[in-house]
Ligand binder design. Structure first.
Ligand code: PLP
Length: 388
């Protein structure tokens, strides 16, 4: 196959070598982690080592890490009125979510529809904290959910400030750190988060593994989504995905060691990409450019472009990018994130997301810019592939 450049790290990352090794090891272990014999204890050891590694990654205690089947499931598990900080508490009566959350948060978990309220973001894509403060007055027992970084724009959210405001109002805060993890610091205590969601496949682990992390044992979730054999201390029944969890731990440990260096390299390459992009198309708009963003993400548009056709044109040039958020149905939905930022529909239609990672090289950036030069020329001539 011709050489390709992968620029869709926010959709999923390649498997880290350390994760692959952990999978190979785990596949040689036959036991069920709930069994008491040697084989079972060997499998249990792999899971508990991974729990330690994920805990260290976010500065939590191992006992506060619960493995799930995905980030989506961790979000669903967290977003429930039944979160308690002391036994037998009244349920949470309101869920406040930012307008740019991932759909798994926007769907509201186990809250009834009429108990879910959005709070807006500004034109840079930052959560509007004054609006959050106001929304918090509508409830005596709110749960807030705010992502640490947005999956489309990469804009980093003011989570620590939101946590302080939420706690002052007697609320709890859940933080979806799926995109931020491995790219910027995610220390749960420093952020003031009560609950945090992680997903293995965004940090070099396998797809289909995630975790919900709580700040301390004082946060209690009495209602699991999946009941049965009592695995994950009763919070998530079902025999554990031992190889997937072991790989998650290994990926988290590698990210803990390497994040600073990786993010510095990625930022340098992303800056080169954006300088080149602006030189080729000065009219290009980079969303959230004025805000603090993840070092790896560029979401851009030019007037008159159609993202879905641009993605195909890039693909034909050996460059994998995405149009806004990846969507499982293959349907192209206008981005709710850009709509919430007040971006005009003509620009929303053309939004292309380019996301980098530890494997991105200068040669990839050049391939991207060459492809973009061709596309931009076609676009300027009103080529049917790209014109609106
Ligand atoms: N939250 C955010 C911000 C995401 O970007 C994603 C996936 O793209 C998820 C949650 C869902 O994670 P998973 O793919 O593990 O279900």
């Amino acid at each position: 196959m011709a050489q390709r450049s992968y620029f869709d790290w926010n959709a999923t990352t390649p498997l880290r070598i350390e994760a692959r090794d952990a999978i190979d090891d785990a596949l040689t272990v036959v036991g069920n982690p709930s069994s008491v014999h040697f084989e079972g204890r060997s499998a249990r050891r792999l899971i508990e080592r991974a729990r330690d590694q994920v805990a260290e990654f976010v500065g939590a205690r191992s006992a506060d890490v619960f493995f799930t089947s995905s980030g989506t499931e961790a979000n669903m598990l967290a977003l429930t009125p039944a979160i308690e900080t002391s036994a037998g508490e009244r349920p949470r009566d309101r869920l406040l979510v930012s307008a740019i959350e991932h759909t798994s948060v926007r769907s509201g978990g186990r809250f009834p529809r009429d108990a879910i309220e959005d709070f807006p973001v500004d034109s840079d894509g930052h959560a509007d904290l004054a609006a959050l403060r106001d929304a918090l007055t509508h409830s005596s027992r709110p749960l807030v959910s705010l992502m640490l970084a947005n999956n489309e724009t990469g804009v980093v959210q003011p989570v620590a400030e939101a946590a302080a405001i939420t706690h002052e109002a007697g609320g709890l805060i859940h933080v979806d750190a799926v995109q931020a993890a491995g790219r910027i610091g995610c220390n749960i205590a420093a952020l003031g988060a009560d609950l945090m969601t992680l997903s293995a496949h965004k940090i070099g682990g396998l797809k289909g593994v995630g975790a919900l992390v709580r700040s301390s044992e004082a946060i209690y979730l009495p209602e699991p989504l999946i009941r049965g054999g009592g695995q994950e201390r009763g919070l998530r029944a079902g025999t554990e995905n031992v190889a997937g969890i072991a790989a998650f731990g290994a990926a988290a440990a590698a990210a803990t060691r390497q994040m600073a260096q990786e993010s510095e390299n990625v930022l340098m390459l992303r800056n080169t990409l954006e300088v080149g992009l602006r030189a080729i198309t000065p009219q290009a708009v980079i969303f959230g450019a004025a805000a603090e963003r993840l070092p790896n993400t560029t979401l851009f548009s030019v007037p008159g472009m159609k993202a879905e056709t641009a993605v195909i044109a890039f693909d034909l040039e050996g460059v994998a990018v995405s149009s806004g958020a990846a969507c499982s149905s293959g349907k192209v939905q206008p981005s709710h994130v850009l709509a919430a930022m007040g971006v005009l529909p003509g620009l929303v239609r053309g939004a292309v997301r380019v996301s980098l990672g530890w494997g991105t090289t200068q040669a990839d950036i050049e391939r991207f810019l060459n492809a973009w030069r061709k596309l931009a020329t076609a676009l300027s001539k009103g080529h049917p592939m790209t014109a609106a």
